[in-house]
Design a protein around this ligand. Structure first.
Ligand SMILES: *[C@@H]1O[C@H](CO)[C@@H](O)[C@H](O)[C@H]1NC(C)=O
Ligand SMILES: *[C@@H]1O[C@H](CO)[C@@H](O)[C@H](O)[C@H]1NC(C)=O
Ligand SMILES: *[C@@H]1O[C@H](CO)[C@@H](O)[C@H](O)[C@H]1NC(C)=O
Ligand SMILES: *[C@@H]1O[C@H](CO)[C@@H](O)[C@H](O)[C@H]1NC(C)=O
Ligand SMILES: *[C@@H]1O[C@H](CO)[C@@H](O)[C@H](O)[C@H]1NC(C)=O
Ligand SMILES: *[C@@H]1O[C@H](CO)[C@@H](O)[C@H](O)[C@H]1NC(C)=O
Ligand SMILES: *[C@@H]1O[C@H](CO)[C@@H](O)[C@H](O)[C@H]1NC(C)=O
Length: 411
């Protein structure tokens, strides 16, 4: 218990522990918590273990989640819903997920890796990128609870409702599952342990995260071995059609992907935020920077990804003379909309978050092409690669069984 954070209000903790101790004293069956998860990389949640309960301290909403084993006497008697504590009976008998908040809502791929789609009973939107969830939805196993007067009441019937948009009004069963609150790809992936705690699937969660992390680490070492005297320079850029401006993206996890793939991000000294293509000076400066870049990842949103091609990109950067661009002569212009549902729902905001090793493998292939690796999330528009349309028929397993993480060849 020495690792309780100092920020924890001590009095609250003592009260909680006393109540838990009193309630579990004399409980007929004490569940043996056979395995535990230890959070190694993520910073926004911690898990603490008692005999018949667990506590998740969630930095996203500042609350402590008391997870009470269904076999303990406390489970029927105790219900917390205060400004600092919420309680849930575990393992969750059923649950629902907010799939609506943009972009992408709660990434359901985490639940799939644990084999939890069988107890998922409600979603707030069917705009999801998971083939197996689409299949369950089509079969009527999962219902859509749309926004409206009834929604809150309907959602409150589940043992937990997972959300990622913390600004919405929350009832007692809401749980903030927010991998995107973390700064690095692996920290995000480790949130699988958060769900493992709700379902007594710690062993599975540890296995999956262990495999993803080992794969990521190996790929990153492999990429480091490939690096020559000069690392390839990469730019994540995005065009805002309405404003007519290009921006270089500086999201920490994206920069981290490039570093771990053996590349280099465009110079930190370039800190101008946006470049207006209607302004000749801006345009010239933008072209000059792009001439230093070896690979471009174009993040520009599109309502029709299939028709977003290299031509679209070149029109948007407004060039007549292509001669200086290495990413053109070397054919390296990428987008992360390869896997897409119905034009706009990208698996980039779902599967790519729980399996960042696949994203890393994609970027390594972009920077050090072997021609021998099929990317998962990125497509090269300089080579005319199109999109893969996600549909329910692509679910090729029993949807209630765990999805095996994909481990690319390494070494
Ligand atoms: C507790 O949960 C397990 C797993 O879902 C279930 O098999 C068992 O019947 C539950 N026990 C009680 C007392 O609800
Ligand atoms: C979910 O479980 C609760 C008991 O915790 C039950 O009352 C409710 O009917 C279940 N809902 C669905 C849709 O299975
Ligand atoms: C990287 O290079 C080192 C030293 O040459 C080697 O031992 C290691 O196996 C390589 N790692 C990978 C993943 O290729
Ligand atoms: C870009 O420049 C054009 C022409 O100078 C101007 O009309 C437009 O408002 C500018 N856009 C932005 C977002 O500043
Ligand atoms: C272009 O690709 C070739 C072969 O992959 C490589 O040797 C060269 O360094 C690349 N040039 C640039 C500017 O990236
Ligand atoms: C796809 O999107 C369009 C436009 O948003 C919508 O009308 C249509 O119902 C969607 N189709 C499916 C299968 O979700
Ligand atoms: C392509 O990949 C396969 C399987 O990973 C490997 O056996 C083969 O040697 C690779 N070929 C090249 C040219 O890298």
């Amino acid at each position: 218990m020495s690792s309780w954070p100092c920020s924890w209000p001590l009095v609250l903790l003592l009260v909680l522990l006393c109540m838990v101790a009193r309630e579990s004293n004399g409980a007929s069956t004490n569940v043996k918590v056979g395995s535990i998860s230890k959070v190694e990389d993520a910073v926004n949640f911690h898990i603490y273990y008692g005999q018949t309960f667990k506590v998740i301290k969630n930095a996203v909403d500042g609350k402590s989640y008391l997870l009470i084993q269904n076999t303990s006497r406390m489970a029927v008697r105790t219900k917390y819903c205060t400004s600092r504590i919420k309680s849930y009976v575990i393992p969750l008998i059923n649950y629902s997920v907010d799939t609506q908040s943009s972009p992408g809502g709660v990434p359901v791929s985490f639940f799939e890796l644990l084999g939890l789609l069988g107890t998922l009973k409600g979603i707030t939107s069917d705009a999801v990128a998971s083939p197996c969830l689409l299949k369950l939805f089509e079969a009527g196993k999962v219902v859509k609870l749309e926004k409206g007067e009834q929604q809150e009441q309907l959602l409150s019937q589940f043992a937990a409702h997972f959300i990622s948009d913390t600004d919405q009004p929350q009832t007692c069963n809401f749980a903030n599952f927010f991998p995107l609150s973390e700064g690095t790809p692996l920290q995000r992936a480790e949130w699988i342990k958060f769900l493992g705690a709700f379902t007594n699937l710690e062993t599975k969660a540890n296995q999956v995260y262990g495999a993803v992390k080992a794969s990521y680490t190996c790929l990153s070492q492999m990429a480091a071995n490939k690096t020559k005297s000069f690392k390839p320079i990469v730019a994540w850029i995005e065009y805002d059609k309405n404003g007519g401006v290009w921006c270089f993206t500086k999201d920490p996890h994206k920069l981290k992907f490039v570093e771990d793939a053996g590349g280099e991000n465009i110079d930190k000294s370039i800190n101008k935020v946006s470049y207006n293509v209607s302004d000749p000076d801006d345009l010239e400066a933008l072209h000059a920077i792009l001439c230093t870049v070896d690979a471009v990842i174009d993040e520009t949103p599109s309502s029709d990804p299939q028709s977003y091609t290299q031509t679209t990109f070149l029109e948007n950067i407004n060039v007549d003379d292509n001669s200086c661009f290495a990413f053109l002569s070397n054919q390296s212009i990428w987008r992360y909309d390869k896997r897409v549902r119905n034009g706009t729902i990208l698996d980039w905001y779902d599967g790519a978050i729980s399996q960042p090793n696949l994203v890393l493998a994609d970027i390594i292939e972009a920077l050090f092409p072997t021609g021998n690796y099929t990317t998962s999330y990125l497509r090269n528009i300089a080579k005319g690669e199109g999109v893969i349309n996600i549909n329910p028929d692509m679910c090729d397993r029993d949807a209630s069984l765990p999805l095996d993480p994909t481990i690319p060849a390494c070494g």
